[in-house]
Ligand binder design. Sequence first.
Ligand SMILES: [Zn+2]
Length: 93
Amino acid sequence: MAAAPVEKYYCKRCRAPLFSASAVILKSSYWLSFSESLQGSPVEKKSYRESGNIKIEVICASCKQHLGDVYDDGSSPTKERYCVLPKSVIKKL
Ligand SMILES: [Zn+2]
């Protein structure tokens, strides 16, 4: 039996695949949290300064859309937790 296809989250603007639905760790109406980005996806991390703190922004490198922020308190081996704005992505097979 073939494995069920896993849905992916695509960039709403340029339709690049960014995250796998299997990497979702938290889902709310404000945030989608992922433990990792899709291998080979154009997800790019960029640090910036906000009120004295260094934060890391996640962008789609293909269209430069802001997707959210990355935090290092995740439970995955990389400790990364991608907090993505639900309105910046679309989910489909
Ligand atoms: Zn994009």
